[in-house]
Design a protein around this ligand. Structure first.
Ligand code: GH3
Ligand code: MG
Ligand code: MG
Length: 489
């Protein structure tokens, strides 16, 4: 501001000096006008020198000073139209740097000053002079005011665009950084709330059964038990999924096509249902809720939500990929049973759970008898097939909570939570008898003593297996350790 002001004073002084150096009307009081020119020159210098130190309100005073200097020059020129164009500068400057209200006040001062000059100098057509000059100042001010507002609006818009891009960037970063399959989903909901200025956001995905949509992540509000049936139920989520097109609802509480129970629970006034597309097919829906009514959806919000939905598609694909990878890493290729790695992770969990819940736990190892011979007789492929059949056959005798894993080779590990020793022995006998193709197996069994580690427990089952083999195979041997009181049979 100060440099502009300094420049204006300098320009005014220079133009004033030129006007006196060139032929000019004889009634000019040159001495007084030269003094004005020196004042303007000094003001220019003060503005430039003091630009870093002067407080902002001094600018107002300087603008008033400018009006007075111009008025004085007009007065001593005895010609009220000669220097009047300088007033336009005051108007432009005041509207540009002080805003609309102050601009009007400075314009009023210009009007009063110029009226005084016109009366004092006694020129003809005073009113016309006044109107034309003040109107010119006003038009200049209005133009500047419009421009300033437009620039300010542009600055606000680009600031919000930058904020939105930062939010999207944050989601992308979260997505790239995380090794947790599910961490990106809440990040997407959080970003949706932020960029849309919404109250809450939910990511809905089809349930494994494929009959309903469930909320897999949320921000700003949550419910764990909500499921939306895919057919026969009014729901914006399902409509957006089926149509693969965004659905914006201005007045959610009155809309017959969306779930009113969810509207009530989220306090939604307006909502947007944005389908999440993968290769053009909808795989989820991002639902954004505003608690205040939104009369329209701006293009900017619509575009940014579309971008977020694209991020969500990547997040879902990645989460699915990681969980597939996880599943593969924990599954035995041949039998489809949990593998050694999965068993090593699960057994300590089972032991901890049994301790927590005070339930019995039995652990067994089953090993095929003379399987090497079977391979030698029938070939490895037949051996593989036998392993598969055994896994399927044994699995049938088990409850959902039992865990049968392929420990390695022709050895299988079994955890039986909540199972007493006698029940476990009976079950193992049944499994032994269910071994296909007349083959036999041996098993070692141990029940948890309530204190020992999972390794110690498994070690005892292994020792019992050796005993079973040593005693001639095709039998179940229980660990020699006594069952803890009141637990085992
Ligand atoms: P034992 O009664 O003492 O257990 O005798 P065994 O022959 O079953 O035991 P051993 O440990 O000597 O041999 C295990 C055999 O299991 C050797 C190996 O060829 C076979 N085996 C291990 N994994 C697989 C597999 O994935 N497929 C096939 N076909 N054979 C396997
Ligand atoms: Mg064997
Ligand atoms: Mg073996």
């Amino acid at each position: 501001m100060w440099l502009t002001l300094g420049g204006l004073f300098l320009a005014g002084a220079s133009i004033g000096a030129i006007s006196l150096l060139l032929p000019h009307p004889s009634q000019f009081d040159d001495r007084e006008i030269w003094s004005n020119i020196f004042v303007a020159g000094a003001a220019s210098l003060a503005c430039v020198v003091g630009s870093r130190r002067l407080p902002a309100w001094c600018g107002q005073l300087a603008a008033v000073g400018g009006t007075l200097v111009i008025t004085r020059a007009l007065y001593y020129s005895h010609d009220p139209s000669f220097y009047s164009f300088f007033y336009v500068w005051v108007g432009l400057f005041a509207f540009l740097f002080f805003g609309r209200e102050w601009g009007i006040l400075h314009m009023a001062l210009v009007g009063i000053s110029y009226a005084w000059v016109l009366i004092e100098v006694g020129q003809s057509a005073q009113v016309a002079h006044w109107v034309m000059t003040v109107a010119t100042v006003a038009v200049g001010g209005i133009v500047i005011d419009v421009l300033v507002r437009r620039v300010q609006r542009g600055a606000i818009e680009s600031e919000s665009r930058a904020r939105n891009l930062a939010a999207i960037g944050g989601v992308a970063h979260e997505l790239a950084r995380t090794t947790e399959a599910d961490a990106a989903r809440p990040a997407i909901c959080e970003a949706a709330v932020e960029v849309a200025g919404a109250s809450s956001a939910f990511l809905w995905e089809p349930e494994a059964s494929g009959t309903a949509m469930v909320a897999t992540a949320s921000s700003g509000g949550g419910f764990s038990d909500a499921a939306l049936p895919l057919v026969g139920h009014p729901s914006g989520v399902v409509r957006a999924l089926v149509s693969a097109a965004p659905l914006f609802v201005v007045n959610a509480p009155d809309h017959p096509g969306i779930d009113q129970e969810l509207v009530r629970r989220t306090g939604a006034a307006s909502c947007l249902f944005q389908p999440v597309l993968r290769d053009g097919s909808p795989v989820a829906v991002l639902a954004i809720v505003w608690e205040r009514r939104l009369d329209r959806l701006t293009d900017e919000v619509a575009q940014i939500v579309e971008l977020l939905a694209a991020e969500a598609a990547i997040a879902i694909e990645r989460a699915e990929f990681l969980s597939r990878l996880e599943r593969v890493a924990r599954t035995d290729d041949l039998t489809g049973l949990p593998n050694h790695r999965a068993w090593e992770e699960e057994l300590p969990r089972e032991v901890a759970r049994a301790g927590r819940e005070g339930n019995p736990l039995c652990v067994a190892i089953l090993d095929l008898d003379r399987f090497k011979d079977y391979n030698d007789r029938h070939g490895h492929q037949a051996g593989d097939l036998l392993l598969k059949e055994i896994a399927a056959s044994w699995q049938q005798s088990l409850r959902a909570t039992d865990l049968l894993a392929r420990y390695g080779g022709e050895e299988f590990a079994l955890a039986l939570p909540g199972c007493l020793a006698v029940e476990a022995e009976n079950l193992l006998e049944r499994m032994r008898e269910a071994t296909p193709h007349g083959e036999t197996c041996s098993a070692g069994l141990a029940w948890w003593d309530g204190e020992e580690s999972s390794q110690a427990l498994f070690g005892r089952a292994d020792t019992a297996l050796y005993v079973a083999k040593a005693r001639g195979r095709d039998r179940v041997v229980a660990s020699a350790e006594p069952a803890p009181e009141g637990r085992a049979g």
